[in-house]
Design a protein. Sequence first.
Length: 309
Amino acid sequence: MNELDVARHSRFVDPQLHVWGWEIPVYLFLGGLAAGAMVLSAVLAGRPGERSRAARLLTFAAPVLVSLGMGALFLDLANKLHVFRFYLAFRWTSPMSWGAWILLVVYPVTLLAGLGALTDAEADAAAGRAGPLAGPLRAARAFAVARAAPLRRWSIGTGIALGIYTGILLSTLGARALWGSALLGPLFLVSGLSTGAAFMMFFKVTPEERHLLARWDLAFIGAEALLLVLFLVGLASGGAHGHTASALLLGGPYTGPFFALVVLAGLAVPAALEALEARLHLRPTLVAPALVLVGGLSLRWIFVLAGQL
């Protein structure tokens, strides 16, 4: 019997190798954004003093963002009617199984944390609009208020797990050299925290909260830049396959988009703007947060597309 090893890899000859489209980077971006919003909302809730109404209501952003991301993921599924099978079993060794259950946990944790963050007047107004669900809504809020501290810890833990999962989902596919790095989990987590801070700055938080979010975002941007450098160095020194993968971003077809959208627009420029705003006490603008969001989406889009070459 003769055994053949096929080494060619051409997107023109083997178009089926490119299997992930726009849905996956959008899903990963919204998942990271939800993770960042969960963690930072919980951290703000644990600080002494009263929060702004926007900061309290942003606790409800995570389930909305996760739902939109799951909608994009659903569009990518080949057998959409079989989606329920993710929840008929749990496989310890499967990142997708972990991710499916983490996404499910987001809903009760964030909804309860959000209800617990409402003022009495806001809770009464919500109950008045809930009709027959007013009773369960009041009971859920009473449960959440009595367990505010554990719910904050659950929000932070679930948010971290969700953020890391979005990177692990790619890193476990070791056949793709660009994705085969243990740094993708921390990288996507830190990027999600940065985009979460940027997202929250679009709302009417207090000046103190805005200042805190900008400071945190600046730290996240620095950590993300460091992880990107370590990621690329690890790839370039990882043998022929790693060198080929790193060349996609360092001299290859994705070099321009990577440096223009991720490094410059998503990291360097917003970091410089936020540092200047803090140092010179300038009036905050939405330019830096918008660029961070563009960079976060571009990072995932480029990684997903380049990893399939």
